[in-house]
Design a protein around this ligand. Structure first.
Ligand SMILES: [Zn+2]
Length: 151
C-alpha cells in the first residue's frame, strides 16, 4: 500500500455533517496530554516543542496580530504580547487549550503550544527563535507565559 502523509491543508477538511468540526477540550487533552506522554514518555517535551514549531512556521500569518487572531480562531488560546525587545518577546496565553484549569503539578506541559508560537514568530520576524515556557496553570499560575528568544 502506498502510504502518504496527511498535509497541513488537508487537516481542516472534515466530513462530519452530524458531529461538526469541533471536539470537546477533554478529547483534545486525552490525546495531547495522556496519549502523547504515554507514547513519547516523560522526555516528550522537546519532541512536542519541535513538532509545534514545525507547524507554527507553516501558519499563514504575517503579523503578531494575525497570529493572535488565528490562535483564537483555532481555540488554542488568547495571545497577548507582554514585552518586546530586540532579542526577546514575552507572550501571555490565556485559556490555554492544554493547561487552563488544570491543577498545579509542579511542571509545565505546554511545549507544543510554545513550539507553535516560536515557529510562527520565526516566520513573522524572519529570525530564528527559541521558545521557553515560564508560566502555566500546571505550575501555579492562572495563565501561560512564554519567552521567545530571538537568536
Ligand atoms: Zn498552557
Amino acid at each position: 500500500m502506498d502510504i502518504k502523509k496527511v498535509r497541513l491543508e488537508d487537516i481542516s477538511k472534515t466530513e462530519r455533517p452530524t458531529l461538526g468540526d469541533e471536539v470537546p477540550v477533554e478529547v483534545f487533552r486525552l490525546l495531547r496530554i495522556i496519549g502523547m506522554y504515554s507514547i513519547l514518555g516523560e522526555g516528550s517535551g522537546y519532541t512536542l516543542y519541535l513538532a509545534g514549531k514545525e507547524l507554527g512556521v507553516e501558519f499563514d500569518v504575517n503579523t503578531v496580530e494575525e497570529l493572535a487572531k488565528l490562535l483564537k480562531k483555532l481555540k488554542i488560546g488568547i495571545l497577548t504580547v507582554v514585552e518586546s525587545s530586540d532579542d526577546r518577546i514575552v507572550v501571555r496565553v490565556d485559556e490555554c487549550i492544554t493547561c487552563a484549569g488544570l491543577p498545579d503539578i509542579g511542571k509545565m506541559i505546554c511545549h507544543f503550544e510554545g513550539g507553535i508560537i516560536a515557529g510562527a514568530l520565526e516566520k513573522i520576524l524572519k529570525r530564528p527563535t527559541k521558545g521557553v515556557q515560564t508560566r502555566s496553570h500546571t505550575s501555579g499560575f492562572d495563565h501561560c507565559e512564554f519567552h521567545i528568544h530571538l537568536l
